[in-house]
Write a new protein. Structure first.
Length: 113
């Protein structure tokens, strides 16, 4: 299984980033997948998810600002993040939804005020 998130960086509050996640070893086109983030603690919190049919769900803290999408032909998951806030700072991961035990590489997002 490979889950590699990328696209993070440092932006000012109000800025945007687009995260990508390349996957392999899972039946991507049939599975629901999600984005998670780890902020100050060790726990990874759910941020957004998208079903195989493209139905999305979001945590209330990001709803209206983040948009999850997927490209089943490339087994890739995306997260468009707009109007970023300092509290969005953290390491972002992708995984199945519900998540599996294995966590791949995350990508750091830092939002300065």
């Amino acid at each position: 299984v490979q889950l590699q998130a990328s696209g993070g960086g440092t932006v000012q509050a109000g800025g945007s980033l687009r995260l990508s996640c390349a996957t392999s070893g899972i039946d991507f086109s049939l599975d629901s997948v999600g984005w998670y983030r780890r902020t100050s603690g060790q726990q990874r919190d759910w941020v957004a998810s998208i079903t195989s049919a493209g139905t999305t769900s979001y945590d209330s803290s990001v709803k209206g600002r983040f948009t999850a999408s997927r490209d089943n032909t490339k087994n890739t998951l995306f997260l468009q993040m707009n109007n970023l806030r300092p509290e969005d700072t953290g390491v972002y991961y992708c995984n199945g939804f519900p998540h599996r035990d294995y966590w791949g590489r995350g990508t750091q997002v830092t939002v300065s005020s």
